[in-house]
Design a protein around this ligand. Structure first.
Ligand SMILES: Nc1ncnc2c1ncn2[C@@H]1O[C@H](COP(=O)(O)OP(=O)(O)OP(=O)(O)O)[C@@H](O)[C@H]1O
Length: 591
C-alpha cells in the first residue's frame, strides 16, 4: 500500500533512512579517534606550547581532520533528518488519502444488508479509524527499520571488542521485548471486544451534541440521561483499561530493572578492561557511548514496537474489511439491462426476510408490474412496501422465489446498468449538505454540470420555487452543517429530493412516500405531474394519502407482507375490503 501511494517517496524515504542509520556509529567512532589522538598528543615527551607550533610542527593536522569530519557528519545528519521528516510526512499523507479512497471504493461495492448488520458496522468503524488515525504508523515502522540498522552497526562494533557484551545486552532486554508483545496482544483483544460499546459511546456523545439531535435533546431534556449513559459506558472502559495498565506497568518496571542491571554489568567490564590496559581511553568512550546508545535505542524500539505492534494488529481490521465481499453483484457475462423495458417486472412467489430476523418481511408475492403502468402500493405500517421496492431495485435479493425483468431473472443483468434504469426516492432520502443544485444533481451525478437539466428537474418537482427563494439560488449550500448553509423545511427538502428522480430520467420511477411532508396542494400537484411525466414509463408510488393513490393505473394492497388485493381505485372500493375500509377512514376524517 505504501508503494502504491507513491513509489518515488517510498524509495527516497527508505534510502534516506539507510544512510541515516549508519551515521551515529560513524560519529561515535570518529569521537573515539579524536580522544585517542588527543591522548597521544598530550603524552608527547616535548609537546609544542603554542597553537602555531602545533600546526607548523605537523603534529595537529590529523586531529583537525577528525574534528572537521565530525562536524561534517553532524551537519549532514541534521540535514538528512529534516529531509527525511519532510518525505515521511508527505508519504504518510499520500498513504492516508490512498487508504481512505480505497475504503470508500470498497464500501461502495458492499451490500446494503452488510451495512445494516451491527457486526459489520463494528468492523467498518474499526477500519475507518485505521484509515484516518494511523498516519503515524508508517513513520514509526520506517523509524524502527532505521533504528534496527543502527543497532546492528553498534552491535557489530561491540562484537569486535567482545561478543559476550552483546549477549549480555540481549539477555537483559529480551524479556522486556516479549512482555511488550504480550501486553499489546491483550490490549488489542480488550479493545476488539469492546468495539460495540465504543460505537455506542461515540453514538451517545454524538447524540448529546449535534445539530441533528439538538432540538429533541432540548425539548425532552435528555442531556442528563445521555450523560449518565455516557458515564456508565466510559466507566466500564476505564475499569478494564486500568486493570491492564497496572499489570503492564508492574511487569514493565521489572523488565526495565533487568535491562539496567545488564547495562551496568557491561559498563563495569569496560572500565576494568580499560584500567588493565586492554582498552584505550578512546575505546572506553566508544564502548560506553555505544552501550548507552544501544540501550536507549533498544528502549525506544521497545516503546515504538509496542505502539507499532498494536497498530499493526489494528491494521488487520482494515484488511479484514477489504476482504469482505458483496453477495449482490453482477454475474460474469451479465446482460445489459433492457431499455426500453418491454414487458415489465414479474414477482414469482417472492419472499424475503431480513438477516437475523425470523419473520418474513414479505412472502408469496406474485404480481406483475407492467411496463408503462403506474402502480400504487398501499398498506399499513410495516406491510412490506419499502421492502418490495428494495427488492425491485436489487438492494436485496429474494430469499425465496425470483423477480423477472422482461422474462429474465434480475440477477442475470448487470447490476450498475440495472440500477441506472431505476430511480427511487425513499421516504428517508438523504439530505445532502451540498448546494441545492448538487442536491438535485445526485440523481444523475454525471450530469452535474448540466444546469438546464437540473433546472428542468426542479421545475417538474416544484423545487424551482423553493430554490428561487434561496439567497444564492442553485449554488446555495443547504443544510446546517457547514457555514452559510440554509436549512429548508421538510416539504422543501422533499421537493428537492423528488427532483432527483426527474434528473435521473430512468425507465422506472419509484417514489416511496417522499411526499409525506408536502402540503395538500403540493402533494396533489407533485403527483399530478408525476403521473403526466411518467406517461410511457413504469412508475411505482407509495403513499398513505388516497387522493394521490387513486391516480394510479392499478393499486396493490399489501398486508403482512402479502398482496391482499389489487385493482383500480373504483374496483377496490367496490370490493369493499381493507382498501375500502382505509379509504373510508381517511375520507371520514376530512368530512
Ligand atoms: N433493515 C431492516 N432490518 C430488519 N427488519 C426490517 C428492516 N427494514 C424493515 N424491516 C421489517 O420489515 C417489515 C416491512 O417493513 P417495510 O419497511 O417494508 O414496511 P412499509 O410497508 O414500507 O412500512 P411503512 O408504511 O411504515 O413505511 C417490518 O416489519 C419491518 O420491521
Amino acid at each position: 500500500m505504501v508503494w502504491r501511494a507513491s513509489p518515488l517517496l517510498a524509495l527516497t524515504s527508505a534510502g534516506l533512512r539507510l544512510v541515516r542509520a549508519v551515521l551515529p556509529v560513524a560519529s561515535l567512532w570518529i569521537g573515539k579517534l579524536i580522544i585517542d589522538e588527543v591522548v597521544r598528543l598530550t603524552d608527547l615527551p616535548d609537546p609544542p606550547s603554542t597553537l602555531l607550533e602545533w600546526w607548523s610542527g605537523g603534529e595537529g593536522w590529523l586531529l583537525v581532520l577528525y574534528v572537521l569530519a565530525e562536524l561534517g557528519l553532524a551537519i549532514v545528519s541534521d540535514l538528512l533528518g529534516r529531509v527525511a521528516g519532510l518525505v515521511d510526512s508527505l508519504l504518510s499523507e499520500r498513504l492516508t488519502v490512498s487508504m481512505s479512497l480505497r475504503l470508500m471504493d470498497h464500501a461502495a461495492t458492499l451490500d446494503l444488508e452488510q451495512f445494516e448488520d451491527a457486526g459489520f458496522q463494528d468492523r467498518l468503524e474499526r477500519a475507518r479509524r485505521q484509515a484516518s488515525g494511523r498516519m503515524t504508523l508508517l513513520g514509526q515502522i520506517l523509524g524502527q527499520m532505521q533504528d534496527g540498522i543502527t543497532v546492528l552497526t553498534f552491535a557489530a562494533g561491540l562484537v569486535i571488542y567482545n561478543p559476550w557484551l552483546i549477549l549480555l545486552l540481549v539477555v537483559a532486554l529480551v524479556p522486556a521485548f516479549l512482555g511488550e508483545a504480550h501486553f499489546n496482544a491483550r490490549s488489542y483483544s480488550l479493545d476488539y471486544s469492546r468495539t460495540p460499546e465504543r460505537r455506542e459511546l461515540d453514538y451517545v456523545r454524538q447524540t448529546a451534541a449535534s445539530v441533528e439531535t439538538a432540538k429533541e435533546v432540548k425539548i425532552f431534556g435528555l442531556n442528563g440521561f445521555l450523560r449518565d449513559r455516557y458515564r456508565e459506558l466510559s466507566l466500564g472502559f476505564y475499569a478494564a483499561n486500568r486493570q491492564l495498565a497496572r499489570t503492564r506497568a508492574a511487569w514493565g518496571a521489572l523488565f526495565a530493572g533487568l535491562g539496567t542491571v545488564g547495562y551496568y554489568l557491561a559498563y563495569g567490564w569496560i572500565i576494568l578492561a580499560t584500567l588493565s590496559g586492554q582498552l584505550t581511553i578512546g575505546d572506553l568512550t566508544f564502548l560506553a557511548g555505544s552501550f548507552r546508545r544501544l540501550r536507549s535505542l533498544f528502549e525506544g524500539l521497545l516503546t515504538s514496537f509496542s505502539s507499532t505492534a498494536a497498530q499493526a494488529l489494528y491494521l488487520e481490521d482494515l484488511f479484514g474489511f477489504f476482504e469482505a465481499s458483496p453477495t449482490i453483484r453482477s454475474v460474469p457475462g451479465a446482460r445489459p439491462a433492457p431499455s426500453p423495458i418491454e414487458e415489465g417486472f414479474r414477482f414469482e412467489n417472492v419472499g424475503f426476510r431480513y438477516p437475523g430476523v425470523e419473520r418474513w418481511a414479505v412472502r408469496h408475492l406474485d404480481f406483475t408490474l407492467h411496463a408503462g403502468e403506474t402502480l400504487a402500493l398501499v398498506g399499513e405500517n410495516g406491510a412490506g412496501k419499502t421492502t418490495l421496492v428494495k427488492l425491485l431495485a436489487r438492494l436485496y435479493d429474494p430469499v425465496e422465489g425470483r423477480i423477472l425483468l422482461d422474462g429474465r431473472d434480475l440477477r442475470d443483468y448487470d447490476l450498475d446498468a440495472l440500477r441506472a434504469r431505476i430511480g427511487v426516492i425513499f421516504q428517508d432520502f438523504v439530505r445532502f449538505n451540498l448546494t441545492a443544485g448538487d442536491n438535485i444533481a445526485v440523481g444523475r451525478i454525471a450530469a452535474r454540470d448540466d444546469r438546464p437539466r437540473i433546472e428542468a428537474a426542479a421545475r417538474k418537482s416544484l423545487a424551482d420555487a423553493v430554490i428561487a427563494r434561496l439567497p444564492a439560488g442553485y449554488d446555495q449550500m443547504v443544510g446546517k452543517r457547514f457555514r452559510n448553509g440554509v436549512e429548508l423545511s421538510g416539504g422543501e427538502w422533499q421537493k428537492i429530493a423528488i427532483a432527483r428522480a426527474y434528473m435521473r430520467d430512468a425507465d422506472v420511477l419509484i417514489l416511496d412516500e417522499p411526499t409525506a411532508a408536502l402540503d395538500a396542494r403540493s402533494e396533489f400537484e407533485v403527483f399530478q405531474r408525476f403521473k403526466e411525466l411518467s406517461a410511457g414509463r413504469t412508475a411505482v408510488l407509495i403513499s398513505h394519502r388516497f387522493s394521490s393513490v387513486r391516480m394510479a393505473d392499478r393499486i396493490l394492497v399489501l398486508d403482512g407482507g402479502r398482496v391482499e388485493a389489487s385493482g383500480t381505485h373504483d374496483q377496490l372500493l367496490a370490493q369493499g375490503g381493507r382498501y375500502a375500509e382505509l379509504f373510508e377512514l381517511q375520507a371520514a376524517g376530512y368530512r
